[in-house]
Design a protein around this ligand. Structure first.
Ligand code: COA
Length: 181
């Protein structure tokens, strides 16, 4: 196991086999997926975890598993996702890096996402990443709050691809931070 980033309370590390079940449960939880169009099947989560781990091992960057330093309890993930030019998103600024987070509900509201995300931005800056975006559903206030607390600015709004124009999650917001300064 490799810890890539350490904060006061968190280790951001590569993924372990024991993370799989709590990751699957988190992704199948309607409370966690409230601002996503769907729940994830256990099979999809298994594939996603493998891919995230491979990317971290290859690039020392990606969506890191996070654990509480004190107890080593797995809490979710925080990190940077590389969005390729051929992605589904309707942006002209592609490829790009997207910062993202997803934590188990038991720990929400304690500043952990903000703490981990700030550390990811510092780590990314040290690695030469110059620009970072974040996307979420317009109504996802807690995620938008994290974006604002780490110094990101509301950049624009967009319609989430492959959803009906009447879907309640159609409206999305994009935030931006320049790390070059
Ligand atoms: C978004 C998420 C990662 C935040 O994690 P967290 O550890 O609770 O975040 P933090 O405690 O660092 O900050 C959350 C902030 O949002 C605020 N908040 C929470 N619910 C809110 C709401 N309904 N309206 C407005 N603000 C809200 C909190 O008060 C806190 O701000 P504060 O520190 O100024 O009080 C977590 O809620 C989550 O995993 N959600 C499900 C997955 C998800 O939506 N991911 C993002 C997709 S882009």
């Amino acid at each position: 196991m490799t810890v890539y980033i350490e904060t006061d309370r968190l280790n951001l590390r590569d993924w372990k086999e024991e993370d799989l079940l709590p990751f699957q449960q988190m992704n199948a939880n309607p409370q966690v997926r409230r601002y996503f169009p769907d729940l994830l099947s256990y099979r999809k989560s298994e594939v996603d975890m493998k891919v995230m781990d491979e990317i971290i091992r290859e690039h020392q960057m990606g969506l890191f598993a996070i654990e509480l330093k004190e107890t080593k309890e797995w809490l979710g993930f925080i990190g940077l996702n590389f969005v390729p030019a051929e992605s589904k998103y309707p942006f002209k600024e592609l490829p790009c890096y997207e910062i993202g987070w997803r934590l188990i509900p038991e720990v929400w509201g304690n500043g952990l996402a903000t703490e981990g995300a700030e550390a990811v931005l510092t780590y990314a800056q040290e690695k030469g990443v110059q620009e970072v975006y974040a996307f979420t559903a317009e109504e996802n206030s807690s995620s938008r709050k994290v974006m604002e607390k780490i110094g990101m600015k509301h950049y624009d709004d967009f319609e989430y691809p492959n959803l009906s124009k009447y879907h309640p999650l159609k409206r999305h917001v994009r935030y931006y931070k320049n790390l070059a300064f």
